[in-house]
Design a protein around this ligand. Sequence first.
Ligand SMILES: Cc1cc2nc3c(=O)[nH]c(=O)nc-3n(C[C@H](O)[C@H](O)[C@H](O)COP(=O)(O)OP(=O)(O)OC[C@H]3O[C@@H](n4cnc5c(N)ncnc54)[C@H](O)[C@@H]3O)c2cc1C
Length: 525
Amino acid sequence: MGGMNMGLNRASGIAALAAGGSWDLVIIGGGATGLGTALDAAARGYRTLLLEGHDFAKGTSSRATKLVHGGVRYLAQGNIPLVRHALHERGRLLANAPQVTRRQGFVVPCYRWWDMAFYGAGLLAYDLLAGKLGLGRSRLLSRKEVMRRLPTVKTSGLVGGIHYYDGQFDDSRLAITIAASAADHGATLLNYVRVMGLLKTDGRIAGVTARDMETGTDYSIQAKAVVNAAGIFMDDIRHMDRPDLAEGLSLSQGIHIVLDPSFLASDDAILIPKTADGRVLFVLPWLGRTVLGTTDTPIETASMEPRAQEEEIQFLLDHAAEYLTRAPARSDVLSVFTGIRPLVKVKGASGTSAVPRDHVLMVSDSGLVTITGGKWTTYREMAEQTVDTAANVGHLPSKPSPTRDLRLHGWAARDSAATDPLAAYGADAPKVRAVLAEQPGWASPMHPDLPYALGEAAYAARHLMARTVEDVLSRRTRALLLNAAAAVAAAPAVAGVLAAELGRDAAWVDAQVTEFTELAGVYRV
Ligand SMILES: Cc1cc2nc3c(=O)[nH]c(=O)nc-3n(C[C@H](O)[C@H](O)[C@H](O)COP(=O)(O)OP(=O)(O)OC[C@H]3O[C@@H](n4cnc5c(N)ncnc54)[C@H](O)[C@@H]3O)c2cc1C
């Protein structure tokens, strides 16, 4: 394809829908799972279409704890195969997308000698399971070394600790990077196109009906195989296939609190493997902030903008106060973000923590392929298995997956010492810089408290399919997560840039600012 493809271009995608024709695969949902599936399918050479009803990664995939990990807590539960697979995928992801991922050091502070032995042995097993895809050796730390590495951790009763490595990433930026990679390989991807129903021929799934949410235009789309990657909304799609099916998911939400970096004041993250009430707590450095997470709260209904509960916020602040020398107050909270876990129901399991977070791949009698569960870290492996299954269901010529070692769009080795604010664009950074030079003011920060230039909004509209102020401030940049108040303050300027890029009028600008300000209320406490 090389220079011939259009990249992420919404107008050409809509034109392809209007032209009709048949696809090998249609994928419903543009989160980690759907985007990964689109990339895997397109890289094999299948004619691939992905439809996302809102924006790419609007759902759970922009709301993760930002860890590329094997899951230290699953190790404690003895789920060895799950951990080994995830560790291998962790290594691949860091190698294939260094521009949006990085190695992260963690310290487990120990307040009992027994914990040193227990977690030390566990993390040795973690190293062994990672094999040659490991990120570096785990090792024991003296009390003094823990205090040096974690200047803000409580020292009373501290006996020592363990240092280990995992990965960290920018989840929505990885999602956009996977989308761009899929487009590079010839896939068509569209945001703001919602699947409304399924087409059937003789009882077999033969495509989807979908609506362009910007214009209201409906499309009938033929496909040899249809993949349901709608995340927490997967039952809605399954019900389009069979209205009588029982709900297949239970839901649990997790919240994160974003604070000033001084609360951690370290390049290392903290893992508290077991709080007094048996929870895991992370204190992480992320994009120049400190992130606290997470909770595990069963909830009833799936929603696009889940809200942190009062008790969850209090839980995180209380526990941070227990382990940090300076207790964060409510007024210190810069942003709160919440994600919903899609947990596949397991008969007899009690409480959501007991449900294994592994993925489930199902094929209905009519041929609908549904993929759900798993985690961001294992998106590629899930995608490979999904495309194998979909190719089989759709009688496509069998082709092996090339994604294990496939470098993602903009791949660029990362110099860990460098602090280029455009590093996440990888090899595209010079292109971004050229856009920033186009207009006076575009190279300046969109807000003094945000690490993003105003002109990034123009680049996002032209090359990353950003359509709204929220797309730019929440997922092309992470302004909303880093500082919700600053993001609101930046909204009018960003709306102005977008209006010029997308040909919108003053009324659109006003509506966008109002809408974003309302949305940002969910992230402010
Ligand atoms: C609190 C929390 C923390 C987590 N932390 C981590 C972590 O640190 N590391 C890790 O590896 N994993 C983590 N995970 C797990 C990971 O985030 C998820 O496994 C992953 O994001 C799920 O992606 P998905 O594509 O399946 O779902 P989603 O991201 O929810 O995507 C589904 C998409 O389908 C779209 N959709 C729905 N209906 C339709 C329709 N009718 N038409 C078109 N589109 C539709 C939605 O708009 C949505 O964008 C975490 C999860 C949670 C909840």
